[in-house]
Write a protein that binds this ligand. Structure first.
Ligand SMILES: [Zn+2]
Length: 287
């Protein structure tokens, strides 16, 4: 979770009216309350899913969480919503295996760190690399009894639907099936969309929908559909809205997906990632 002094500091900055927590992370007077609601909200909906009150949930929360450390803010994130909910679920329900899928364009460095030596959590991240925050290489795989429970899929700038779906089908699906999670949490970041100016990927709304379809299929097959999606990044509001709606549609089983932005205009050469996929499969003994 988080250091008590850090939580007090965030509260104090909000009470003063505003302030910067790190070079990227600015706060307003309402940010502390929003961050508490985000952190508590994801914990609460995870309970709702675990108690069988609903099959799956999507928490529309901000600030995002996957860069937030134990004792400081980082990269727009105040509290680590998904990591905290995962820890609560492990403790409350005595779960043995929780899967976290993180498709935000940035590596979830502090979610990875929170579970680096915890064999009960499989963290799989697709992210632009090299890029902020600098972590997420294929060599970071977990330590001790948790060796192999971190699967990083660092993708070159320009990767789009084809590359992401290839990675999902060839790495994420077999690794998830092997791990047999009892619950799946998703750090759903939509800054991977081609229109998002924070990064250089080329995923479309349709691509996100296909990824969500795969995750939903895994949830149905492996853990009675128990899925908790939590919003991370996504800074082009049109792309964010359309991508989140497509995610809702997929979770609700709607067949028609609206993609008002369409495919990326040709901006980058599509990178070849066959050798990268092969290398990751070798590292993690995936057939
Ligand atoms: Zn991000």
């Amino acid at each position: 979770m988080h250091d008590g002094r850090y939580i007090s500091h965030v509260r104090d900055v909000a009470q003063k009216g505003s302030g910067w927590l790190d070079a990227d992370t600015v706060m307003s007077s309402n940010s502390y309350k929003a961050a508490l609601c985000a952190a508590g909200g994801v914990i609460r909906v995870t309970e709702v899913v675990m108690n069988g009150e609903v099959d799956n949930v999507f928490t529309l929360v901000r600030p995002p969480g996957h860069h937030a450390t134990y004792e400081r803010a980082m990269g727009f994130c105040l509290f680590n919503n998904v990591a905290n909910a995962t820890k609560c679920a492990l403790a409350t329900y005595k779960l043995e295996r929780i899967l976290i899928v993180d498709f935000d364009v940035h590596h979830g460095n502090r979610t990875q760190a929170a579970f680096y030596d915890n064999p009960h959590v499989l963290y799989m991240s697709t992210h632009e690399y090299p890029f902020y925050p600098g972590t997420g290489s294929i060599e970071e795989t977990g330590s001790g009894t948790a060796a192999g429970t971190i699967i990083n899929i660092p993708l070159p700038a320009g990767s789009g639907d084809t590359e992401y779906l290839g990675v999902f089908e060839q790495i994420i699906v077999p690794a998830a099936i092997r791990f047999k999670p009892q619950l799946v949490l998703v750090s759903a970041g939509y800054d991977t969309h081609w229109a998002d100016e924070l990064a250089l990927m080329q995923v479309s709304v349709t691509g996100f929908a296909q990824m969500v379809k795969i995750i939903k299929g895994l949830g149905n097959e492996l853990c009675n559909g128990r899925l908790v999606f939590s919003l991370e990044g996504g800074y082009n509001l049109m792309a964010l809205a359309a991508s989140v709606k497509a995610t809702f549609d997929m979770l609700l089983g709607n067949i028609v997906i609206e993609d008002p932005l369409g495919q990326s205009p040709p901006r980058f050469e599509v990178p070849g990632i066959a050798s990268l996929i092969k290398k990751i499969k070798e590292i993690h003994n995936l057939a």
